[in-house]
Design a protein around this ligand. Structure first.
Ligand SMILES: Cc1cc2nc3c(=O)[nH]c(=O)nc-3n(C[C@H](O)[C@H](O)[C@H](O)COP(=O)(O)OP(=O)(O)OC[C@H]3O[C@@H](n4cnc5c(N)ncnc54)[C@H](O)[C@@H]3O)c2cc1C
Length: 458
C-alpha cells in the first residue's frame, strides 16, 4: 500500500508492509509456528532511523509495538492493532580482538558471531542453535550449552546496549549511565524498547572437549541416575544437559534414533581431553552407548553438541525451574516420558545450570540465579492445530514445578507462560518490583506489550 508522504513511515528505508501487500506473510513468518502474527503494519527496519520512525508512528497513535527477529522465541500474537518491527536486515557484526568484545546489530544470529570471533581465537556465550538471535537470547539471560556454567549468562557480559525507547529516543545504556534500565533490559526481555545494537565480552576459547553420548531409551533410568551423580559434583567447567527424545521414523534421522526413544547427554568441558574423559567416565559406563560424539573439537563447531533443528515448525513447549534432580524428580520424568509411558511428548530436556550462572555479575541484572536446573517438555505439533495440543507435556512440568515452588525463568518462558501472573513468577519479588518501576519510567503506556509482558507499576 503506498504511504501518504506525510506519514512518519514514508522515511523508512526498509519495506513497510500492510496485510494486503506481497511479502507481508513472509516478513511475519517465524521459526516456531505455534504463534502466528497478523499486525496492522510491519516495518522491515534497516537501521536505527527506521526503528525510530516505527516507534514514533506507534507512539503517536497509541498502538502496541511487536519486535520480531528470528521467531525462535514465541510469546503472544501481534494483533491487528500492532506495529511490528522486524530486525533481520540489521546484520552488522564487528569483533574487537584487543578488547575481546563483539558489537552486533539487532538482527544478528549466533552463527555469525561464533564464526567471526573464532577467526581471532575468541568465543561468545552463544546459544545451542546458530540461528537463534543474539539480542532476543541475551535479553532473557542466555545460557550457553558450551560455556554457560564456566562463564555465566550471556547477559552478565554485556557492556553496552543501544535502544530506542517508547519516546522514540535512541539511548546508549551502560551499567554506569543508566543502571536501572541496564538492569531491567538484561533479563526483563523486550519490555523496555527496541534494542538496535549490543556490545558484549568474548572469551579466549579455541577448543572444547564436547559432544553427546547417546543411549537407548530402555536405559533411561540408569542414565538419569548417572547424570544426577555427575551433576552433583561437576566442576563449573562442565556444562551439560540430558534429553529424552522420541525421534520420528524419517530418513534424515540417524538409524540408532529413528522412530524410537533415546536418551542423550550433551556435554561441553572446558579443559584437557584427559580430564574431560575422566570426568565423564562413569556416565559412559552407565549403559551401552549407541553413539559417542564427545571429542576435542574447535569451538566453532559447538552447534554440533546439540544439533538443533533448522527447519521451521510448530513446537509446544512448557518449562520449569528444578531445584534438584532428586530421585523423585527422576521417577517423575520416567513416569511421564520414559519407556512405556506412551507419551506423545517429543522431547524432555534437563539442563544443568548453577556454576557461574549462579553468581551475580558486578553490574546487576534481572536474570535468575537460583535455578540449578531447568526442564522443558517439547512436542512437535501440526501448525494448523496447535490449540488442540497446547497441554502436551504440561502435566509433567506442573508436577516438577510444584517442587520448585512454581518458579519460572525469564529465559525459559513459552506462550503458555505469557500471562502477567506467570511472567511474574520468573523473577524474585524485589527484582520484579524494580522491573515494574523501570517500565513505569521508560514505557509508562506499555507500548512494548507483545511479549512476556511486565506491566508498569500502577
Ligand atoms: C532451537 C532453539 C535453540 C535455543 N537455544 C538456546 C540456548 O542454547 N540457550 C538459551 O538461553 N536459549 C535458547 N533458546 C531460546 C532463545 O534464546 C529465545 O527463544 C530467544 O527469545 C530467541 O530470540 P530471537 O530473537 O531468536 O527470537 P524472536 O522470536 O525473534 O524474539 C523473541 C523475543 O525477543 C524480543 N526481542 C528480540 N529482538 C529484540 C530487540 N532487538 N529488541 C527488543 N526485544 C527483542 C522480543 O520480545 C521477541 O518477541 C533456543 C530456542 C530455540 C528455538
Amino acid at each position: 500500500m503506498p504511504l501518504p508522504p506525510a506519514s512518519p513511515l514514508s522515511s523508512v528505508e526498509g519495506p513497510v508492509l500492510f496485510a494486503e501487500d506481497d511479502g507481508f506473510a513472509g516478513e511475519a513468518s517465524v521459526f516456531n509456528m505455534t504463534v502466528a502474527h497478523r499486525p496492522h503494519v510491519i516495518v522491515g527496519a534497516t537501521g536505527v532511523a527506521d526503528v525510530q520512525a516505527a516507534v514514533r508512528f506507534a507512539r503517536d497513535r497509541g498502538l502496541p509495538v511487536a519486535v520480531l527477529n528470528t521467531g525462535h522465541g514465541p510469546s503472544v500474537s501481534a494483533g491487528e492493532d500492532a506495529v511490528m518491527i522486524t530486525t533481520r536486515r540489521m546484520t552488522g557484526v564487528s569483533v574487537d580482538t584487543a578488547r575481546r568484545t563483539a558489537r552486533v546489530e539487532a538482527g544478528v544470529r549466533w552463527g555469525q558471531v561464533v564464526e567471526e570471533a573464532a577467526r581471532s581465537g575468541l568465543a561468545p556465550l552463544a546459544g545451542s542453535s546458530p540461528q537463534v538471535g543474539v539480542v532476543g537470547y541475551t535479553l532473557g539471560g542466555g545460557v550457553s550449552p558450551a560455556l554457560g556454567r564456566a562463564f555465566g549468562y550471556a547477559a552478565d557480559h554485556v557492556r553496552e546496549i543501544e535502544i530506542v525507547t517508547a519516546d522514540g529516543e535512541l539511548r546508549r545504556v551502560t551499567s554506569g549511565s543508566d543502571p536501572d534500565l541496564f538492569f531491567a533490559l538484561l533479563g526483563g526481555k523486550g519490555n523496555f524498547g527496541v534494542v538496535t545494537a549490543m556490545e558484549f565480552g568474548l572469551f579466549p576459547v579455541r577448543e572444547l572437549y564436547a559432544g553427546a553420548l547417546h543411549f537407548s531409551g530402555d536405559d533411561a533410568r540408569e542414565v538419569l541416575l548417572a547424570y544426577r551423580r555427575l551433576t552433583s559434583t561437576a566442576p563449573d567447567a562442565l556444562t551439560s544437559s540430558l534429553v529424552l527424545l522420541r525421534a520420528p521414523d524419517l530418513p534424515f534421522v540417524p538409524d540408532f534414533m529413528r522412530g524410537r526413544l533415546t536418551v542423550s547427554v550433551r556435554l561441553s568441558y572446558l579443559g584437557t581431553e584427559a580430564d574431560g574423559k575422566a570426568l565423564i567416565a562413569s556416565l559412559r559406563a552407565a549403559a551401552p552407548v549407541l553413539a559417542d560424539t564427545v571429542a576435542t573439537m574447535p569451538f566453532a563447531n559447538m552447534a554440533s553438541i546439540t544439533n538443533d533443528p533448522d527447519e521451521p515448525g510448530a513446537a509446544v513447549e512448557h518449562f520449569t525451574v528444578l531445584d534438584e534432580l532428586s530421585p523423585s524428580a527422576v521417577e517423575t520424568i520416567l513416569d511421564a516420558a520414559g519407556p512405556g509411558s506412551g507419551t506423545r511428548v517429543t522431547m524432555v530436556n534437563v539442563s544443568h545450570l548453577g556454576g557461574a550462572l549462579a553468581t551475580p555479575p558486578e553490574s546487576a541484572n534481572a536474570v535468575r540465579r537460583d535455578a540449578p536446573f531447568t526442564v522443558f517438555a517439547l512436542t512437535v505439533v501440526p501448525p494448523d492445530d496447535v490449540a488442540a495440543h497446547g497441554d502436551l507435556g504440561l502435566e509433567l512440568i506442573d508436577r516438577l514445578r510444584r517442587s520448585g515452588g512454581g518458579r519460572r525463568h525469564p529465559g525459559y518462558l513459552s506462550p503458555a507462560d505469557a500471562s502477567a501472573g506467570n511472567v511474574r513468577t520468573a523473577y524474585d519479588e524485589r527484582v520484579y518490583e524494580r522491573l515494574q518501576a523501570a517500565k513505569a519510567l521508560y514505557d509508562p503506556h506499555n507500548m512494548f506489550r507483545c511479549n512476556h509482558n511486565i506491566p508498569p507499576r500502577a
